[in-house]
Write a protein that binds this ligand. Structure first.
Ligand code: 0XW
Ligand code: MG
Length: 368
């Protein structure tokens, strides 16, 4: 059954306490929610929410503007035909992967509901039902960072992402050592600078932390800078912001630059391109995350669905934003972190969420 209408809604997702990265602070991003409605009245939901105007070259108003072009490009399509739907969106508009991601995810949700099966099964089936996740330790003093890391490990979290950058690097080095001092056996530490260091600073930090088992996530701004750093440090390099599409990811795998990826559904364009990247990473034994920079239960459910299909050995986790904003679209079924793992939604086919369009208020746009 074809897509008959697309409705667009907004949802403010304010950080419940200071959430900062090297180049930005998350305040109250306004998420974009799309509802793809078929001729039978079934509804598939998608979402895109940029954490801040600085995190990646896009912003939330631009997501909604892009839908003016993208939504008409997929009306009348069968939501199960995600390949032709993505081709149609790419012919209609270059780039703007965030709006494409919201529509793509809505198609996967709607297809699952039409077929009566989960998105996880549509993606090939779960290799984990308790899905690996990771938790952020924000930019803070060494004592605060160590205290947060201790609390999170007490809660069962086994993957920590320590934010760094945007301050004198001796402060970053002190926080890294403080967190390393409370790491328990089996806990993985990534230091995520969100492009914040220069190449010289990244090399300096790696040397100052040479005895610490950690990875360096997007220490510098560009792929070329990461390549320079890769040759000079002993720590694995995780690529996040520079992993913009299948082509760049394949290049960084084949060049040996990337020891792993921090992948965002909205930066890649949704579940369809993320599925291609997953297959490439699993085939090359390259660890990857399955997450996004911010958002509610819809984007979280999409990330956890993809994350569940990863080989556990090469999963860096599916990250959930709700611990940092406390907003749920589906209180009963949305993904949660329980004993250090993310749960899969249990509300039925598709993404497994039970939603009502009315809960998002009046649509800000309708395409039919
Ligand atoms: C930790 N995240 C998934 C959430 C932040 O918004 C950014 C992102 C990252 O890994 O950089
Ligand atoms: Mg990152």
């Amino acid at each position: 059954m074809h897509i008959r209408e697309i409705h667009v809604y907004t949802a403010p997702l304010g950080a419940k306490k200071t959430y900062n990265m090297s180049n930005s602070t998350v305040e109250t991003p306004v998420s974009t929610i799309v509802a793809a409605i078929d001729a039978e009245g079934l509804v598939g939901y998608g979402e895109a929410c940029l954490a801040s105007p600085q995190f990646q070259p896009a912003h939330n108003g631009g997501v909604r503007a892009s839908l003016d072009v993208l939504a008409p490009a997929i009306l009348g399509h069968d939501p199960k035909h995600v390949t032709t739907i993505n081709a149609s969106m790419n012919r209609a508009l270059t780039g703007h992967t965030e709006g494409k991601a919201a529509l793509d995810i809505a198609c996967w949700d709607l297809a699952g509901k039409q077929l009566g099966i989960s998105v996880v099964d549509l993606l090939g089936g779960a290799q984990m039902n308790d899905v690996t996740t990771y938790h952020v330790v924000g930019i803070s003093t060494p004592d605060e960072a160590a205290e947060t890391a201790t609390r999170l490990q007490d809660e069962g979290i086994t993957r920590l992402q320590l934010k760094a950058g945007g301050r004198p690097i001796h402060e970053d080095i002190a926080s890294i050592h403080a967190v390393a001092g409370v790491l328990r056996p089996g806990t993985d530490l990534a230091v995520d600078t969100n492009r914040g260091w220069s190449t010289a600073e990244a090399v300096h930090v790696s040397q100052a932390c040479s005895n610490i088992a950690m990875s360096m996530e997007q220490p510098c701004a560009t792929e070329a800078e990461l390549a320079q750093v890769k040759l000079q440090v002993g720590h694995p390099i995780i690529v996040d912001e520079s992993s913009t599409d299948v082509r760049s990811i394949a290049r960084m795998i084949s060049s040996g630059l990337a020891d792993g990826f921090g992948l965002k559904l909205t930066r890649l364009g949704g579940l369809t391109p993320m599925r291609a990247v997953r297959d490439l990473c699993m085939a090359t034994r390259t660890p990857m995350s399955a997450d996004d920079a911010w958002g509610g239960d819809i984007i979280a459910a999409a990330g956890v669905a993809l994350g569940a299909t990863l080989d556990p050995q090469f999963s860096r986790g599916a990250w959930l934003a709700h611990p940092y904003h406390d907003t749920h679209y589906d209180e009963a079924n949305g993904p949660r972190i329980v004993d250090g793992f993310a749960t899969l939604p249990t509300g039925g086919p598709g993404l497994g969420l039970v939603l009502d369009r009315a809960q998002f208020g009046d649509p800000v746009a309708v395409y039919r």
